[in-house]
Design a binder for this molecule. Structure first.
Ligand code: NAI
Ligand code: 13P
Length: 331
């Protein structure tokens, strides 16, 4: 199959390698010419996952026209704040039927739209769009560490196409019809990982991390249901699976950022140190837009937002969260 992967950061590079290793002809779109040169001439990405060789079936270009020519499937792996510009950029080069899998995790600023909703708004055809999400750190997937993911789409055929495309002996793929739930979970778990990182950064323990992850999941499922998704999705790979890996893994940028926040580092300072995207820093704000629209209370996510964007010290929110009125666990 001829597959076009848009975005050559860590995850785009790992996905291109996964697809190329299975014998697909992969064209990878990168912003920087030196990334294309490294991949085409040395089969390595010089900026991301630099130690991992990339399949010789992967070629890279900075031209959307070249990357998308003859594409039978498109995979989107650019940061979530580029969803609309990416959809507009690929529009001239794909057909109205081309299946699109989105691997980016976030919510659009201002509109509160999910990535698939942005693509459907620009390109039409929600049924040919899927979200691929789960506990999948690029650093491990590229090394064939056994992993699993979920491909969610309102189009059963689209989900099946990508389920088969992404499957490998070490990479197990499941399908779901709940793309809303999958995309909300993908954005939400990053915010909880910031809270967990901050909690460890303040010297708290595993009990606190488990409390944040569990009550964070309760918030997440309230929002999923209010937006028309299925609460059960929060129990699956897109929900609980990704929540666990992002909150507990040494690879997690969101957890690491949370840890640094607790030590006094600001978002601007952290951004200056890394060329990697920290989606949760934006999701705590954009999820708030979505939650307000649907009248859902997100206590943990809102505290993360106040720490990241209003410079509230993490220690100040602890007593506020612990001092909320007592209530039944499920209501
Ligand atoms: N790293 C991982 O293990 C995973 C990442 N994701 C998601 O995939 C998406 C991409 O993340 P990573 O590959 O980790 O990013 P990264 O931080 O490794 O690299 C960022 C990439 O985005 C590109 N980029 C930055 N600004 C851009 C713009 N304005 N237009 C187009 N491209 C731009 C950069 O050139 C680079 O290729 C994110 O939404 C992330 O949450 C999902 C699953 C796993
Ligand atoms: O989404 C991801 C893993 O599934 C990447 O985000 P983190 O690096 O914060 O874990």
């Amino acid at each position: 199959m001829k597959v076009s992967v848009i975005g050559a950061g860590s995850w785009g590079t790992a996905i291109a390698h996964l697809l190329g290793s299975a014998g697909n002809r992969v064209m990878l779109w990168a912003r920087k010419p030196e990334v294309c040169e490294g991949i085409n001439e040395g089969h390595r990405n010089p900026r991301y996952l630099v130690d991992s060789p990339i399949s010789e079936n992967v070629r890279a270009s900075t031209s959307h026209a070249e990357v998308l020519e003859g594409a039978e499937a498109v995979v989107i792996v650019t940061p979530s704040n580029t969803m609309r510009e990416t959809a507009v950029a690929i529009q001239p080069f794909i057909t109205p039927e081309t299946p699109i899998a989105i691997c980016s995790k976030g919510v659009e600023e201002g509109t509160g739209l999910l990535p698939a909703e942005v693509f459907a708004e620009v390109l039409g055809g929600i049924e040919r769009i899927a979200a691929m999400t789960g506990p999948n750190h690029a650093e491990e997937v590229i090394k064939r560490v056994p992993s699993g993911t979920v491909v969610a789409s309102q189009g059963a055929e689209t989900a099946r196409v990508f389920q088969e495309l992404f499957a490998a002996e070490w990479f197990r793929t499941y399908v779901s019809d709940d793309i809303i739930g999958a995309e909300i979970c993908a954005a939400f778990k990053n915010v909880v990982a910031i809270a967990v990182g901050a909690s460890y950064g303040m010297g708290f323990g595993d009990n606190t991390a488990a409390l944040l992850m569990t009550r964070g999941s309760a918030e997440m499922s309230r929002l999923v249901e209010a937006c028309g998704g299925q609460a059960m999705t929060c129990m699956g790979l897109a929900g609980m699976g990704d929540m666990i890996v992002t909150c507990m893994s040494e690879h997690s940028r969101n957890r690491t950022f949370g840890h640094r926040l607790a030590q006094g580092t600001t978002l601007d300072e952290y951004r200056a140190e890394t060329h990697m995207v920290v989606e949760g820093a934006y999701a705590c704000r954009t999820l708030h837009t979505l939650a307000t629209k649907h009248g859902v209370d997100l206590p943990i996510a809102d505290k993360v937002r106040s720490i990241v964007w209003d410079d509230v010290p993490p220690a100040d929110v602890v007593s506020e969260l612990l001092g909320r009125s007592l209530k039944p666990e499920f209501y």
